[in-house]
Write a protein that binds this ligand. Structure first.
Ligand SMILES: [Zn+2]
Length: 339
């Protein structure tokens, strides 16, 4: 265990191998305004320019101590390449999907032949290469993306997605398959560019939006197909209280499951998951990391470590107004835990 690199430690932790200490990183978005001001790189430009995207991501590794570099900062890159209309947001607001290519039916819906050349996908792939060049081989790179369920909903609108789930299940399954295939192509392109871990955020698969039966019946097989088709370690992030689907998530084939504080005790979650996957989380992004104070962040981080999280991380995307000091406190808590 001497001289273990950050990359080896994170991959080992996610694969359930023994580690000298639990890694601390974010598998969800990492862009914060304080870092933008420090390095002179800002949203929305950093969502499209590979140099800027890389620079801001590396800052979170170098300046806050997170033990991985993660890009991009939104869940709209693949959706845009598949035809969604995107509002690029502001310095402290993430891009969002505002227009859907197939709201009525799936007439003409397909994966573009030149998917990997479309919209911001080339920028993300280039940013991964730039990051690898700058940080060397020993720091893990996490490629983030929207999951198949969220992409499917973006393609047809939440309204149609919900309606089809009940009344037009053939269309519902068809768009889920289309989204899964596109997600696999994009994920493998990120792996080929140099990403070590693919982190899928699939908020629309949350039981807060769709019942556990839908997850079991429609989403699980597609997520299994995704994880088995992507040539890297994978992490599945689903927002909200995922306890009703946690056991189903554990059967999806992802090495890591990233969860929020809303699941309650990591210890209980670990009991449900068993050795099927590793638990990533679950320091509250909006209620702990954003407001602090440092003492509370450290106490919750140490509690999560003592309850057995396999990777210490924010429970969801880091809020852009989160102070740098608060992210550092999460890292410091991990160090103090082992001191
Ligand atoms: Zn989330």
């Amino acid at each position: 265990m001497v001289n273990v690199t950050l990359k080896e430690r994170l991959l080992n932790a996610l694969e359930g191998k023994e580690v000298d200490k639990i890694p601390v990183c974010s598998v969800t978005q990492t862009g914060i305004v304080e870092l933008m001001d420090k390095v002179g790189v800002f949203w929305p430009e950093a969502h499209s320019d590979p140099e800027l995207m890389a620079k801001l991501a590396i800052a979170n590794y170098e300046l806050s101590g997170l033990e991985a570099v993660r890009i991009p900062y939104c869940l709209t890159v693949l959706g845009e390449a598949m035809g969604c209309e995107i509002k690029m947001g502001t310095k402290n607001r993430q891009p969002s999907v505002i227009g859907h290519p197939y709201p009525i039916d799936l007439e003409g819906a397909s994966i573009p032949m030149d998917l990997l050349q479309k919209s911001r996908i080339p920028a993300v792939l280039e940013a991964i290469k730039i990051i690898r060049d700058k940080i060397g081989p020993d720091v893990p790179i996490i490629g983030g993306m929207e999951g198949p369920v969220t992409l499917a909903s973006d393609l047809v609108s939440v309204k149609s997605f919900m309606k089809w789930s009940l009344k037009k299940t053939d269309l519902f399954e068809q768009v889920l398959d289309l989204a899964t295939d596109a997600a696999i192509i994009y994920a493998n392109a990120m792996v080929e560019a140099g990403a070590d871990i693919i982190s899928v955020a699939d908020p629309v698969a949350s039981p807060d939006l769709m019942g556990p039966d839908f997850f079991k019946k429609f989403f699980q097989a597609r997520l299994q197909q995704f994880s088995s088709s992507v040539d890297s370690v994978t992490v599945l992030h689903i927002c909200g209280n995922v306890n009703p689907i946690l056991s189903y998530m554990a059967d999806c084939g992802f090495e890591g499951l990233s969860v929020e504080e809303k699941i309650g005790s990591p210890k209980k979650a670990k009991e449900v998951i068993g050795n099927r996957a590793r638990l990533v989380g679950n320091i509250s992004s909006p209620f702990t990391l954003l407001p602090g104070p440092v003492e509370k962040i450290k106490a919750e981080a140490k509690q999560a470590l003592s309850e057995g999280v396999d990777v210490l991380a924010p429970g969801c995307g880091i809020a852009p107004m989160t102070p740098l000091e608060n992210i550092k406190a999460m890292v410091a808590a991990r160090d103090e835990f082992y001191a």
